[in-house]
Design a protein around this ligand. Structure first.
Ligand code: DOR
Ligand code: ZN
Length: 346
């Protein structure tokens, strides 16, 4: 028997669209989302108000006819970022947030921040005007094990920063550990977190046992099952500080299936369906709408969307196409290889 679930249209609070042919190919696959926070880690990065405005125009021009989608732009924080330009971009409605990449933490992060002191004037200005900082929370110290990088970042960078600047609104993006969840839950205010689909559905065993699966490799890397459990509990708890940010990050298939494969999971086409699956498994379908469609807008000070989407539950497992074609080559779609019973009605 099929059943359906009607929800307020969701938003994706962390999305990589890339540019040009890749962007054209992946944009239609975010059609269930009304808005998305768009990541600025292009080459070269989206640093200034002008960069963000022109990137936004390219996204809007690449949208297929009839796709109702609003990109919410971010500025890539560098040690040379101009506080006045950031404030002007926010005031003019060009940029929703600023993104902090520790230099070297992930894909195209070379222009990111090495020394947080150098960006304090920008962060102080953001705190004054209420502009959120989206954070890739991983320490880049080569001596720190990759599985510990989130927890160490909280101790060494994020917590000291928040003590120094309590008025700064911080989104900890793609939280992957029980430490991250506990840190957000312990905060009195000005801290929220997003979760990706893959970190809720999988743990590191799925990526590494029985062969290495490059399409599950992303940063922050999948963690052990105890962390996955903590994320699933927090995401399905109804706590408004947690919401979806897919971090859907397309790379051409050949760049993933390589001796040194790129980090990133392309989950946009299947994200809503898999989140319904997770919430059903946790007995929390009544909280799915909060996670997908309500908590994020409230955190970013935006209205909820007015449209709806319909989710259909099928008895027989649902399958999606294994990859999508783009002008930049095929991109493999996230497929955890576990039973999925949900789809979004188009
Ligand atoms: O896995 C990831 N891919 N993590 C990031 O932080 C960046 C992203 C990308 O741009 O490919
Ligand atoms: Zn990302």
């Amino acid at each position: 028997m099929t059943s359906t679930l009607t929800l307020t249209r969701p938003d994706d609070w962390h999305l990589h669209l890339r540019d040009r042919a890749m962007m054209e190919g992946v944009l239609p696959h975010s059609r269930h989302f009304a808005r998305a926070i768009v990541m600025p880690n292009l080459v070269p990065p989206v640093v200034t108000a002008v960069d963000a405005a022109t990137y936004r125009d390219r996204i809007l021009a690449a949208l297929p006819d009839g796709q109702d989608f609003t990109p919410l732009m971010t500025l890539y924080l560098t040690e040379a970022t101009d506080a006045a330009d950031v404030a002007a971009a926010h005031g003019a409605g060009i940029a929703t947030a600023v993104k902090l990449y520790p230099a070297g933490a992930t894909t195209n992060s070379a222009s990111g921040v090495r020394d947080i002191d150098k960006v304090m004037p920008v962060l102080e200005r953001m705190a004054q005007i209420g502009m959120p900082l989206c954070v890739h929370g991983e320490i880049t110290d080569a001596a720190v094990d990759i599985f510990d990088r989130e927890a160490v970042f909280i101790d060494r960078v994020l917590d000291p920063l928040r003590r120094r600047l309590p008025e700064l609104k911080v989104t900890m993006e793609h939280v992957t550990t029980a430490d991250g969840v506990a840190y957000i839950e312990s905060a009195e205010r000005n801290l929220a977190g997003s979760f990706t689909v893959q970190h809720l559905v999988l743990n590191r065993n799925h990526m590494l046992v029985g062969g290495i699966r490059p399409h599950f490799y992303c940063l922050p890397i999948l963690k052990r099952g105890t962390h996955q459990k903590a994320l699933r509990r927090a995401a399905t708890s109804g706590d408004p500080r947690f919401f979806v940010g897919t971090d859907s990050a397309p790379h051409p298939q050949h760049a993933k299936e390589a001796a040194c494969g790129c980090a990133g999971v392309f989950s946009a086409p299947v994200a809503v369906a898999w989140l319904a699956q997770v919430f059903e498994e946790e007995g929390a379908l009544d909280r799915l709408e909060g996670f997908l469609s309500q908590h994020g807008p409230a955190w970013y000070g935006l209205a909820q969307n007015t449209g709806t989407i319909e989710l259909v539950r099928e008895d027989a497992p649902v399958h999606f196409p294994a990859s999508v074609e783009t002008g930049a080559g095929p991109v493999v779609v996230f497929d955890p290889g576990l039973p999925l019973h949900w789809r979004v009605k188009d």
